[in-house]
Design a protein around this ligand. Structure first.
Ligand SMILES: CC(C)(COP(=O)(O)OP(=O)(O)OC[C@H]1O[C@@H](n2cnc3c(N)ncnc32)[C@H](O)[C@@H]1OP(=O)(O)O)[C@@H](O)C(=O)NCCC(=O)NCCS
Length: 254
């Protein structure tokens, strides 16, 4: 698999995205109360309702930060006030920008895990992204049996013991990036596909070979966000240039 192991740099003053390019942003969601207040001011009434439904403060704050930062970055690309951006939702909840007559056509997806968020933006078509904290408490054998295909389980078991946990999370993020790109989420039968190692193609396996035509042109790439995390992106295009930005502290106050 093509592992993108980048240096994450500060974004340029003026953000521009060419047709096939993908921009990834890495953002820490633990922010100050002052920053949270500013971000919350951009959220829509339904986002405020979602925030209020979180029982734990940390999860509520992370949701506000993730949505507020999403609005901020989209606002930079689209030259809109973050609070003016309207979202619509797919059948399984995938958010997209409400575009008016093709204006504001920018695809995005986001994922968060253990206080770190990864965002992907591209004008080129649907995109999916997943980030996972590689943690010790996951029962990787049991989960692999539910979500991985037989050949993925065989490949995982063939690895030395110490390599299995990081590999499990890498395989997981590849699959989740794909089901987030299509928008189907966990309604998709995850065991029915294999994600090829190299190149990162999606293959229908024996359970659903008739679906291959739908999957064949998706391309998955592994991303190394930082030590202790695994991530992947899924796009329809094979050859797309990727830029890696990290949100500098306080960026949205400038
Ligand atoms: C999409 C999904 C796989 C994400 O799982 P996760 O590991 O918990 O979350 P991640 O951090 O990777 O991603 C969450 C983000 O993905 C986006 N998202 C939500 N649903 C999505 C979907 N169907 N496809 C792609 N992206 C989606 C959202 O921006 C969400 O973040 P937010 O809620 O803070 O805005 C999972 O939530 C799912 O399967 N959802 C579908 C649920 C469903 O079938 N609903 C039916 C009726 S709406």
């Amino acid at each position: 698999m093509n592992l993108l192991s980048p240096s994450w740099v500060s974004p340029p003053d003026k953000l521009t995205l060419s047709a096939s390019a993908v921009h990834l942003w890495l953002v820490r969601l633990d922010i100050s109360e002052e920053q949270s207040g500013q971000l919350a001011g951009w959220l829509s009434p339904d986002e405020h309702r979602r925030a209020e439904n979180f029982k734990f403060d940390q999860l509520r704050n992370h949701f506000i930060a993730a949505r507020g930062v999403l609005r901020f970055i989209l606002g930079q690309y689209l030259q809109l006030n973050p609070g003016q951006i309207l979202f619509r939702y797919g059948a399984f909840g995938k958010p997209a920008i409400e575009s008016f007559g093709g204006r504001n056509m920018l695809y995005f997806n986001l994922s968060h895990s253990n206080g770190l968020a990864l965002y992907a933006f591209t004008p080129g078509g649907e995109i999916g992204v997943d980030i996972e904290h590689v943690h010790e408490s996951a029962d990787i054998e049991q989960t692999a049996a539910i979500v991985f295909s037989d050949s993925e389980i065989t490949a995982l078991r063939a690895l030395p013991e110490e390599a299995r946990r990081p590999a499990f999370f890498q395989y997981w993020t590849r699959k989740e990036a794909f089901i987030k790109a299509t928008g189907e989420g966990f309604s998709f039968p995850l065991r029915s596909i294999d994600i090829q190692q190299s190149p990162g193609k999606v293959l229908a396996n024996a359970e659903s070979p008739e679906n291959q035509w739908q999957y064949g042109n998706w391309s998955i790439r592994d991303i190394c966000p930082m030590q202790g995390y695994a991530a992947a992106i899924a796009c329809r295009n094979d050859e797309y240039p990727v830029s890696f930005f990290r949100m500098p502290d306080m960026y949205f106050f400038e």
